[in-house]
Design a protein around this ligand. Structure first.
Ligand code: GLU
Length: 489
């Protein structure tokens, strides 16, 4: 009896010892895996984050990295004064695991804050609110209620907030609901599958669809599948909080300075401009008409150091690439030059495509010089507005912007004031008077959209992951300088 008791005690001691050893090993393992606390980041000079490839997070645009999340993280690294290193996760599950194990500082990946995830990671402040949306193909009847999801194949990304939402619906109101989860499919692939008719429905976040819809004209959103949800960066649970607090301060500053809104405007601001028909027509006409003029756009782009696709986008907006185009107001030719501008640019025959492109490109380059003190991409957008409505009116709108306490060098601010030039109360105090100020706003947004489509059209084949060849997504990234945030200590 006694003997047995001692053995048991001994066993307990041994067991306890083994347990503490295990805990120690685990702690060491966790600690050594976790080289990404604030101190480590500052000491090593490297901020390593994890993200995923998608139009709203991270992608390669020609030869440069891009994406809303990427740019946010890049600005944060600049704010900390360190270098950014990006790791791309293969799946959402890997992404969370990497954060949990401390192999990265945090995940910047368009992650939805959910209760289930909050058990594993700590979220920083939310920087955007989204809803989950059901996507369907336009040639079928618009789904009206959740029940419609029972009438076709529904596919979502595995381990996503969308899959979580479906599970929630299934366990509460729709036990018969079924769907397929794909680990290897990224959101644009799912949308493409709906467009091709390979599946009937998918669910994506509203911001994702906003960024994508311009490229997939045959799909539409039916309704919201979830209430508004927050997107935020995810940190390891055992983080020391210092980095998390830095992120909080950073987002606070980004918001206060308007830089967050500016970044959002750049990635999402122009996407809604073109309706689906517009996109289809554009792509068809690009196939039919652009080839004839492409080398002219390229040559002139090189001459003036302007991306040729931007010049081509202007040409499309002006005339749909028709050399004989004319407007009621007497503007003519492929680049729609006025008589005065044509003369100024040495164009004798406005209906000659080559002369029109040479003159139009030189005129645009000239306008850009006028705005040369302004940072890109705003400089380009303001010059485009000037091409449309005249530099004088743009200057007037800039003055109104300044008077109203906003930034006259920021397109986002000026585009809100341009339409005021139609109102007497405002234009009577300006130098150049009345203008149809809403026109340049549409004009610029259309051109941004056309530009994006031209970039997209050049990509080999739609690729869903960050391939060597690049990605199908773009956000007018030739024009992406948003000033870095410097820390005020
Ligand atoms: N916000 C979604 C999530 O957190 C993104 C996933 C996706 O689009 O696949 O799961």
């Amino acid at each position: 009896m006694q003997q047995a008791h001692v053995t048991k005690q001994q066993w307990l001691i041994k067991f306890g010892f083994a347990l503490s050893l295990l805990a120690l090993v685990a702690a060491i393992a966790i600690h050594s895996g976790n080289q990404h606390q604030y101190k480590d980041v500052v000491e090593s000079g490297v901020l390593k984050i994890i993200t995923r490839n998608s139009p709203t997070t991270y992608f390669q645009d020609r030869d440069q990295s891009s994406g809303f999340e990427y740019e946010l993280a890049l600005r944060f690294s600049e704010y900390l004064g360190v270098e950014l290193q990006v790791q791309v996760a293969n799946s959402l599950e890997d992404l969370i695991t990497e954060v949990e194990s401390g192999n990265v500082a945090f995940a910047a990946a368009g992650l939805t804050v959910t209760a289930a995830r909050s058990e594993h990671v700590t979220f920083a402040d939310s920087y955007m609110s989204v809803t989950q949306q059901l996507i369907y193909r336009t040639d079928r009847k618009r789904p009206k209620s959740m029940q419609a999801m029972l009438e076709g194949t529904l596919m979502v990304t595995a381990h996503s907030s969308h899959a979580q939402q479906l599970r929630h619906l299934q366990s509460t109101t729709m036990p018969e609901l079924s769907w397929i989860e794909r680990d290897d499919a990224e959101v644009s692939e799912l949308v493409q599958m709906v467009q091709n008719g390979e599946i009937d429905f998918t669910i994506v976040d509203s911001n994702e669809f906003e960024a994508l819809s311009g490229f997939y004209p045959k799909v539409r959103t039916a309704f919201d599948v979830s209430p508004p949800q927050d997107l935020a960066w995810a940190f390891a649970k055992f983080s020391d909080n210092k980095l998390l607090n830095e992120a909080r301060d950073f987002f606070h500053l980004m918001r206060e300075t308007g830089l967050l809104a500016q970044l959002q405007e750049r990635y999402y601001g122009h996407q809604k401009q073109l309706d689906n028909m517009g996109t289809l027509t554009f792509l068809r006409q690009a196939d039919e008409r652009l080839e004839k003029y492409q080398s002219l756009f390229e040559e002139n782009g090189q001459r003036h150091d302007v991306d040729w696709r931007l010049l081509a986008a202007i040409g499309y907006q002006e005339s749909h690439w028709r050399s004989l185009a004319r407007s009621r107001t007497g503007v003519r030719g492929l680049m729609m030059l006025t008589r005065t501008t044509a003369k100024e640019m040495g164009v004798h025959n406005r209906l000659n495509a080559e002369q029109s492109i040479v003159g139009g490109s030189a005129y645009f380059a000239k306008l850009k010089k006028r705005f040369k003190h302004i940072d890109e991409p705003d400089r380009t957008w303001l010059s485009l507005a000037a091409y449309n409505v005249g530099a004088g009116h743009v200057r007037d709108a800039q003055r109104i912007t300044e008077l109203q306490g906003a930034d006259p060098e920021r397109w986002m601010d000026v585009k809100e004031r341009l339409p005021l030039l139609t109102k007497k109360k405002y234009y009577k105090h300006t130098r150049y008077g009345y203008a149809r100020g809403y026109e340049p706003v549409h004009y610029v947004q259309n051109i941004r959209k056309f530009y994006d489509l031209l970039v997209w059209r050049e990509q080999p084949e739609p690729s869903y992951s960050l391939s060597e060849e690049g990605s199908i997504f773009t956000a007018s990234n030739t024009y992406t300088t948003i000033p870095p945030l410097t820390r005020v200590n």
